[in-house]
Design a protein around this ligand. Structure first.
Ligand code: P6P
Length: 333
């Protein structure tokens, strides 16, 4: 099969439907190059003296791993000078990061979780980088947090890189979902899956079942029915997976169907859940919808949520359409 590189793919998409202006194409290629660098750093493991904690906490109050900080720095440095961005925001930084005055500012805003699932780093389980791209508001002068607070439907691109047995970049610019595998020998991203579609039905669900005593009734009902298998109302057996790395769980669902759930629960009723809206749920929801799946917070479409804070959390139910519709319907009864 003729190899198509990420650059060729983006140029041809731009030519076909001009959905990828040159500045956006440049941004995507810079982020993809940064993910290559992160993949290299992650792959060194103990040999790179990058494992373990950094002795600090992020804005979420979570212990930062050395690779969390390294990955964040890689993305900041790669994107500062290109002239395509006005500002960046990251799970690892409390406030937004405007492009320094010494560089030209562009019309895009980039948000990312530089290394999602980092509790898995030291035990060699797949982790990933998640990113989301918005256009800066017309007439914006100095970027503020408010400029980032746009609903997920405003994203012009979203993607993730999964650092697993293969390093794969998954990308959407609103015209379907395409996957690129990193050719480590050539250092290039090669198109390996086109227009990915998530099966509407599944026999596999992903949730951290250790929290089951804290779940609200709709989630308990939905999971219990699957656990009942053939003997219960679903009439079929289900399987369970929980990698505790959203990128890895979503990538499995993208490839073979499934439903991923991180619901709000009684542990912290004031919190809408654990996952962050702007740089985890929104980009993953865009990807899942573009692949024919569905993504809600149990009550409404994630992409329709109007953000009120940069690091706000949201409940997440995403994946095979028919399953997300069912669990969402239980929340409305
Ligand atoms: P728990 C990783 O820390 C993360 O943000 C997601 O990648 C993952 O799905 C979830 O949290 C795992 O959470 O509570 O099972 O450790």
């Amino acid at each position: 099969m003729k190899r198509v590189s990420l650059t060729q793919f983006l140029v041809e998409q731009q030519r076909q439907n001009n959905s990828i202006p040159a500045e956006l194409r440049l941004l995507i290629e810079v982020v993809a190059r940064a993910c290559k660098t992160i993949s290299h750093a992650v792959g060194k493991g103990a040999l790179g003296e990058v494992l373990g904690t950094a002795g600090s906490e992020n804005v979420q109050g979570e212990v930062q791993k050395k690779l969390d900080i390294i990955s964040n720095e890689i993305l900041l440095e790669a994107n500062e000078w290109g002239g395509h961005l006005a500002a960046m925001a990251s799970e690892e930084m409390e406030t937004i990061h405007p492009i320094p005055n010494r560089y030209p500012r562009g019309e895009y805003l980039l948000m990312f979780d530089p290394l999602d699932g980092s509790s898995n780093i030291d035990v060699n389980v797949s982790i990933g980088t998640i990113f989301s791209v918005l256009k800066a508001p017309e007439g914006m002068s100095t970027p503020t947090e408010q400029d980032f607070l746009q609903p997920g439907t405003k994203q012009v691109a979203a993607g993730y890189a999964v650092y697993g047995p293969q390093t794969v970049l998954v990308l959407t610019t609103g015209n379907g979902v395409n996957c690129f595998t990193l050719d480590r020998e050539m250092g290039s991203w090669v198109l390996t899956q086109s227009n990915v579609q998530i099966p509407a039905d599944t026999k596999e669900f992903a949730i951290n079942a250790s929290n089951s005593r804290h779940w609200y009734p709709p989630v308990t009902r939905y999971v219990d029915e699957m656990l009942a298998g053939k003997t219960g109302p679903r009439g079929k057996d289900f399987n369970m997976r929980w990698i505790a790395s959203m990128v890895a769980d979503v990538h499995r669902i993208l490839n073979r169907g499934g439903i991923f759930m991180y619901p709000a629960d009684l542990r912290e009723p004031e919190k809408a859940g654990k996952l962050r809206l702007m740089y985890e749920a929104n980009p993953m929801a865009m990807i899942v919808e573009q692949a024919g799946g569905m993504a809600t917070n149990g009550k409404e479409r994630i992409l329709d949520i109007q953000p009120t804070a940069l690091h706000q959390r949201v409940a997440v139910f995403l994946g095979s359409r028919n399953e997300v519709e069912l669990v969402t319907s239980y929340h409305k009864e």
